[in-house]
Design a protein around this ligand. Sequence first.
Ligand SMILES: Nc1ncnc2c1ncn2[C@@H]1O[C@H](COP(=O)(O)OP(=O)(O)OP(=O)(O)O)[C@@H](O)[C@H]1O
Length: 707
Amino acid sequence: MLTPHDTPETAPGTPHSAGVPSDGDPLARERAHLAASRASLRAMREDVESLDLTDVTANWVNAAVLNARIEERIDSLADLAHTPLFFGRLDYVRQVAADEASGTAEGPYRAERFYIGRRHVHDPAGDPMVIDWRAPVSQPFYQASRTNPLDVALRRRFGCTGGDITAYEDEDLTAGGDGGERTSRLLQQEIERPRVGPMRDIVATIQPEQDEIVRAGLSGTVCVQGGPGTGKTAVGLHRVAYLLYAHRERLARTGTLVIGPNDSFLRYIEQVLPALGELTVRQATVETLVAHVPVTATDPAPTAVVKGDARMAEVLRRALRSHVGRPTEPLVVVRGSRRWRVPADEITVMIEELLARDIRYGAAREALPQRIAHAVLLRMEQAGEAPDDRVQNTVARDRAVKALVKEVWPPVDPAKLVVRLLGDADFLRAHSADLLTEEERTALLWPKPYRGVKSARWSPADAVLIDEARDLVERTPSLGHVVLDEAQDLSPMQYRAVGRRCSTGSATVLGDLAQGTTAWATPAWPEALRHLGKPEAHVEELTAGFRVPREVIAYASRLLPAIAPGLREVRSVRESPGSLRLVRTEPGALLPGLVEACHDALTHEGSTGLLVPDPLVEATREALVGAGLAPLAPGDETRADARLTLVPASLAKGLEYDYVVLGEPGGVVEAEPTRGAGLRRLYVALTRAVSGLTVVHEGELPRELGR
Ligand SMILES: Nc1ncnc2c1ncn2[C@@H]1O[C@H](COP(=O)(O)OP(=O)(O)OP(=O)(O)O)[C@@H](O)[C@H]1O
């Protein structure tokens, strides 16, 4: 029951132009509300700007803090010229007085009405003119349907051009019925708009199944399995914005973090949260989180698999605890003319107790001197002295006590521990005898041991081992909420590294098992969630695809039986017939074929991505430059005059382009160490296109794609 209305007249000066309400023209009334809302927002901003703090702050520190808050508030009240302040309206079934004057028992009434937008705006009297999309009152905008109208009589969606409202579309939810819901035309337009520039927010068109994930409570961890283009990244980012709204104070204290697969991806998504008014969310890759040493080496896949295996956590734990010794001599503490003895056995019991409590190595190391001092204190009391707490602290700092603790519970440098494990075969075997096979140990050991932390050539997986060792020594601080995107590519040890950064908070885990391209990719979500330390998390599935046209997703899905037999094909919401083209070139003519396909793609509006196997990137770049088509690099912002990006297949994950030219699919598969990983990489590459995909190949297509 959608009733679209385009702008009847938009020329300035006509009876229906913005700001000139006319009773018969609902669009003009909506524009008038927009103009009034803008004026109110300006007034809200001016109110804050005119605050005079001279009398209220006692000192300059307070004044500086308050001023910073005020600046923040002023920024958050900025009006964005290119987006209207609201994108939707809800008319509830319940009635309210039409206006103050006539709001008598008999007076005219109208449906209670809310405008939904990116931020809250109120009029000078404090009455809401626009409600934040995250407020509970806004939720029916995303959830109400004809089968379950949630007291909503009418849902209106606005179309806009620049900062102006140019169309609206109504849904009468009182009509009842058994569904029959159709995709909104404004949603279709939003999905089909050309993708120039970085990723944009989707607040105006969040779908019900997405909304449920966005608004899930802060206390639980949610895991979202969804095929390409189902909106996982979008949902994850909107969820952070929602959580910051609903739990601002708590999250401001504890912090939030979005983790993505690489820097180009982070650059692609970095503007979504600021556009939603959220400027404080940190973004990082797992590599930057664990960057305790410079990474200059790469491991062969079998080695990286063992280093990323969760058993390594136990190997590290044992190796660390092996540093704890037992005293062989009694401890003697001299105070004044008296000597106090604590027998070795008694100290051994204290050490065993601390080990059994399983507290951090560093914390236990700090607790031991206090325990020893307590034992000395007891002896003093038995001898008739009356020592107080200060005496206990002094004894704990006594030279003899310190020396003993250093010997039996020595400080351990986490990176040195890893140097020893990877360089000393006997040490490694001693702590992994029943955990790893001989073959796995051989894979772990450096061919030639390094002498120290500085001289070692560290790999990404080594940095994760060091991170684990650091956490065994000292607890890693936890954030309030972490969003983990493209999670399927993480090793168990990487999940643990992320998990300790949200150990007392929660996480949103986003991924697609069919897009796992690492040799250690996640086989199943429950296992991954266990490594993350959140075994109780719910796994939700997103099935509607908003990016890839039907024909293209059907072609890519031919790979599913080989790469993820349990997963369903994405249900594309977009028809776009004629969106897939396969072109086989003459032998030796791949590069000219790619250039020609790019020229074709660029005749369309929007961005073009040329995806090629990594080994072909340089030759392809030369061919493009030679043809006058100098390309951008992945993550660079596309502009109207630079719309072609050359993307190595290994960096395509998470990105999208209006038109994609994919070169040599067989080469994409072969560039990976295993066929499984290669086919999944190809699946990623085949699912980046919004409007059209041209596959150009010189060699055979992988047999899994069929004929
Ligand atoms: N409800 C929606 N309304 C409009 N556009 C949407 C909606 N949901 C997703 N999209 C758009 O669909 C595209 C794909 O979304 P997104 O990148 O979040 O998908 P994804 O599941 O993370 O994909 P991938 O698995 O390939 O990384 C984006 O352009 C996004 O803005």
